[in-house]
Design a binder for this molecule. Structure first.
Ligand code: SIN
Length: 311
């Protein structure tokens, strides 16, 4: 048992530890989800974003590790909605978040209707930000579309719901998206998804490094940390207090976790580093975070959450 309070909560659902996986990493199969939930340093698990039907995703190679992060164009490979809802309907000792991603707004409505009609009472996260489905835009960059979608969703959806957002890069866009999100009883936002449509060039082979979309793919890992921190901070400053922020993006060290919490994250997800290091990453990050907290005389995340100093 840790002598530090590393807890958080979303919509009253308690997480004993702050760490989650970033959806997409180590969460496609029930075996992977079980492994996450069985790790004592993990607070809960997020499923791979489920589409209505099972998908193979994009052609390989579709994930490539870079010196300072990763580029991927997975294209939502997943076992389909039925598979993941069956999993979250089972009893688990820790919270699960059911991530869903329609290939269109109509799909989103269908997915959420099925959840509404099911016995599932846990947290759901609507992924509005996958950059890798060929021919499909990222919904959360379309502000009018997002507003209309959430309006339809909340006309029938009465269960806890959050959204996964893409990164924003202009303060006006933070104002615009939060003005929309604040109109709805959202439980949380998860920020950020990968930075969409980056490109890496391998000079030796004079080639791109992933096959889909001619090499364009979402960027993750260390290189996205400043963007992730900016998004967590800017969203936290603007969102209703009841809408928690899950900080995702760029975490390699306990200091990176500490920075996410300072910016206002309630929980922190690990993606690229989990992929690179495996499940042991959570023990290491916990040790590093607790060492920083001990040095600073903090005993709980609440001691410094959202308390970033400005100069
Ligand atoms: C993918 O499957 O392409 C990544 C998931 C996401 O970006 O939402």
């Amino acid at each position: 048992m840790s002598k530090f309070d590393l807890t958080g909560q979303i919509n009253g659902v308690p997480f004993d530890r702050l760490f989650l996986n970033a959806s997409g990493v180590h969460c496609q199969s029930t075996t992977e989800l079980d492994e996450l939930l069985q790790d004592e340093f993990v607070g809960g698990a997020v499923t791979k974003s489920a589409t209505l039907e099972k998908r193979a995703g994009n052609p390989a190679p579709r994930y490539y590790e870079l010196a300072n992060g990763s580029i991927n164009s997975m294209g939502l490979p997943n076992n389909g909605f039925d598979y993941y809802i069956q999993y979250v309907l089972q009893f688990h000792a820790k919270p699960t978040i059911l991530s869903v991603a329609g290939l269109s707004a109509d799909d989103d409505i269908q997915l959420l209707n099925q959840i509404q009609d099911s016995d599932y009472q846990g947290l759901t996260e609507l992924n509005l930000s996958c950059p890798n489905v060929i021919g499909k835009p990222q919904m959360a960059y379309d502000f009018e579309g997002t507003q209309a979608l959430l309006q339809s969703v909340f006309s029938f959806f009465k269960k806890p719901l959050g959204v996964k957002l893409p990164p924003y890069f202009d303060l006006v866009h933070f104002d615009q998206i939060t003005a929309i999100l604040n109109q709805f009883p959202l439980t949380h936002v998860n920020s950020i998804n990968s930075i969409g449509n980056g490109l890496w060039v391998d000079v030796a082979s004079e080639s791109v490094v992933i096959k889909p979309k001619g090499g364009f793919g979402g960027l993750g890992g260390k290189m996205v940390l400043p963007t992730a921190l900016a998004n967590v901070r800017a969203l936290r400053q603007r969102l209703n207090d009841s809408i928690k922020v899950i900080g995702t993006g760029g975490v390699q060290t306990g200091a990176d976790v500490f920075a996410h919490i300072l910016c206002g994250a309630e929980l922190v997800s690990i993606g690229t580093q989990l992929q690179a290091e495996g499940i042991g990453v959570y023990h290491r990050l916990t040790n590093e975070l607790e060492r920083i907290m001990a040095d600073k005389g903090y005993t709980a995340l609440a001691d410094f959450r959202g308390k970033l100093n400005t100069i």
